[in-house]
Design a protein around this ligand. Structure first.
Ligand SMILES: CCCCCCCC(=O)SCCNC(=O)CCNC(=O)[C@H](O)C(C)(C)COP(=O)(O)OP(=O)(O)OC[C@H]1O[C@@H](n2cnc3c(N)ncnc32)[C@H](O)[C@@H]1OP(=O)(O)O
Length: 198
């Protein structure tokens, strides 16, 4: 049984993963910092220098798409909230997700778009664990039933119905103390014309 925790898409222990983690911390702190304007300008120069060095070191693909092959965790991306998979039985995945300060919407709650982003990511991962075929999100229906907190882990479950040809219906919930905060129904479809490695 493949465990998602051992997926090559995981972000564990690589230097690029550390870079992604440091960048997430930066994103969180930029959000709402009280730093004074003069120092903010100096730091902007330092960050620009880091960005320049990264750009000059080259990209791992020619068009700036996410690198989906074996490699750094969360594909080295820093946009989507980080989630941890605790259990996986080959069909159902459970774990926790923490929406960071960077994902803050209003009044201490997660941004609805960040929740949709996470849902697409976790269902996309589930889809990949279930089949080698590269399915794409055709439809994502997110129901926001209660506020999702920022900065605290929230329990999630993601599961799949039986595949119907190229179509996969996938679902997820976010829960707090047994109360559903968000429910998601997604349709992922393996394209008629297979994707070229992505
Ligand atoms: C670890 C990784 C995490 C990251 C995961 C991220 C996943 C993503 O975000 S993917 C990016 C976002 N999605 C996209 O860009 C997809 C864009 N759309 C497409 O490429 C195509 O429309 C695609 C692949 C969804 C379907 O195209 P195609 O293969 O031509 O489908 P087609 O043959 O017309 O339809 C197949 C079946 O799906 C159904 N279907 C297709 N699209 C939809 C839809 N939007 N809603 C409902 N049903 C649909 C059709 O009705 C048909 O059903 P049936 O077989 O019962 O008649």
């Amino acid at each position: 049984m493949t465990h998602p925790g051992s997926s090559p898409l995981d972000e564990r222990g690589t230097p690029r993963a550390e870079l992604a983690q440091a960048t997430r911390a930066l994103q969180d702190e930029v959000r709402g910092t009280r730093i004074d304007g003069r120092r903010a300008r100096e730091l902007a120069g330092i960050v620009a220098e880091v960005a320049r060095e990264l750009r000059d070191s080259g990209a791992d693909d020619e068009v700036g798409r996410l690198h989906m092959g074996p490699g750094p965790v969360n594909r080295g991306q820093t946009l989507s909230p980080v989630y941890n998979v605790d259990t996986w039985d080959g069909r159902r995945m459970q774990g926790t997700v923490t929406f960071a300060r960077f994902h803050h919407g209003s009044v201490g709650t997660a941004h609805g778009g960040a929740i949709g982003l996470w849902a697409d990511d976790v269902l996309g991962r589930l889809s990949r664990e279930l089949s080698e075929g590269r399915a794409r999100t055709a439809c994502l229906h997110v129901q926001y039933r209660a506020s999702v907190p920022v900065g605290a882990p929230v329990w999630f479950t993601a599961w799949a119905d039986d595949a119907d040809g190229r179509k996969r219906e996938l679902h997820a919930t976010l829960e707090d103390d047994g109360t559903a905060l968000v429910t998601v129904d997604g349709l992922f479809v393996e394209p008629r014309i297979p994707l070229n490695g992505h």
